[in-house]
Design a protein around this ligand. Structure first.
Ligand SMILES: NC(=O)c1ccc[n+]([C@@H]2O[C@H](COP(=O)([O-])OP(=O)(O)OC[C@H]3O[C@@H](n4cnc5c(N)ncnc54)[C@H](O)[C@@H]3O)[C@@H](O)[C@H]2O)c1
Length: 331
């Protein structure tokens, strides 16, 4: 086996941490040699784990880029609106790129990234993680080999889950169109990519309907306060932040997600402080969210194959569920 790939990690939030765990597991394959993030506490925590010295810790991606090429590849795990400029610049510098989805909020910007990468002759991989699973390989093979007969239709459900939706799309980073994008892009780019990949044909038309049904001031219960910590009706509310986040304490998996997004201080006092001061303690009926909480997409593929995708907040959080219908069977 050759030497480990050296990596510069840009954005040490939730996803940056997820990729760092891979490096931890496979130190012979990859090594983190530089990190960039303005949230210095989170950045330094990660940097120390990988013995990245202070001279290789940066407060912004462009400070890192100013050093030229210091690694084989860069992982870009910044917020949705901050993908294009670093992707373009790191491509110019000759870095191979692992870019978080979505590539960019607009088509023109996506094209810009692809042009920059092609011009530089570097590798670009987008983190459409669903594609790279044994499950997807099996489903795609089934379809490609006509094991179900001729493919006719696909029903696909993305059950985001009520508390996950409240966490990410009402109180969290993906709640607003202007700050991140529509849910069809920020959440369902995975599903649209997956459907296209599994069906193996080009889409000829796409239509979509959705709405923000529930998380609006009109549905705010009488007597509700702006923050769950002050709220008289909180014990009765399914979306209580107090219950959700205090309930993560002591559970290693839930402390890692979603709690570490809310605070790095995994104590009762730390959680209460974050709910007092931060976005995650807000009443779900008194946030500044505007993205849809339920959406249906219809895709017509070449050859008359149809697919529907439903994304909904109003489910338990679970894995995507897909039904595939062919002329000789279904799965
Ligand atoms: N592939 C997936 O399944 C998946 C899942 C969740 C999120 N994402 C995507 O990953 C990206 C990151 O999401 P996240 O959940 O980690 O968010 P996050 O907020 O936890 O992390 C983003 C980090 O980027 C940092 N950052 C902001 N500006 C920066 C800059 N100029 N230079 C360097 N760092 C900067 C922030 O301080 C933050 O720490 C988003 O585009 C998101 O849509 C992908």
């Amino acid at each position: 086996m050759g030497r480990a790939v050296t990596i510069a990690l840009v954005g040490t939030g939730n996803r940056g941490h997820a990729y760092s765990r891979f490096v931890e597991r496979y130190p012979d394959r990859a090594r983190i040699v530089a990190v960039a993030d303005p949230r210095t506490e989170r950045r330094d925590l990660l940097a120390r784990r990988f013995e990245v010295g202070p001279d290789r810790r940066f407060s912004d991606w462009w400070e890192l880029a100013a050093r030229g090429r210091v690694a084989d590849a860069v992982v870009i795990a910044t917020p949705d609106h901050d993908h294009v400029a670093p992707a373009r610049r790191f491509a110019e510098l000759g870095y191979h790129i692992l870019l978080e989805k979505p590539i960019a909020p607009t088509r023109a910007e996506c094209v810009e990234v692809v042009d920059a990468v092609e011009k530089a002759g570097v590798i670009l991989a987008v983190c459409h993680v669903l594609r790279y699973t044994a499950y997807t390989d099996a489903v795609r093979r089934y379809v490609a080999e006509d094991r179900l007969g001729q493919l006719v239709g696909v029903n696909h459900l993305e059950p985001v889950g009520w508390w996950h939706f409240a966490h990410s799309y009402v109180r969290g980073n993906w709640r607003r169109l202007d700050a991140s994008g529509p849910t069809i892009l920020t959440k369902c780019c995975h599903d649209l990519d997956w459907l296209r990949y599994v069906v193996g044909r080009a889409a000829v038309s796409v239509s979509s309907h959705g709405g923000l049904h529930h998380f609006t001031p009109a549905n705010r219960p009488a007597g509700a306060a702006d923050r769950c910590l002050d709220c008289a009706v909180e014990p009765d509310c399914p979306y209580s932040a107090t219950r959700l986040y205090l309930g993560c304490l002591g559970d290693e998996r839930r402390e890692r997600w979603p709690l570490s997004i809310v605070t790095l201080d995994a104590t009762e006092q730390g959680v209460r402080q974050a709910l007092r001061d931060g976005p995650y303690g807000r009443c779900v009926y008194a946030c500044d969210n505007d993205v849809v909480d339920h959406q249906v997409v219809r895709i017509d593929f070449e050859g008359g194959v149809t697919a529907t995708l439903t994304m909904s907040a109003f489910t338990p959080l679970g894995h995507r569920r897909t039904q595939i219908m062919g002329t000789r069977g279904w799965c």
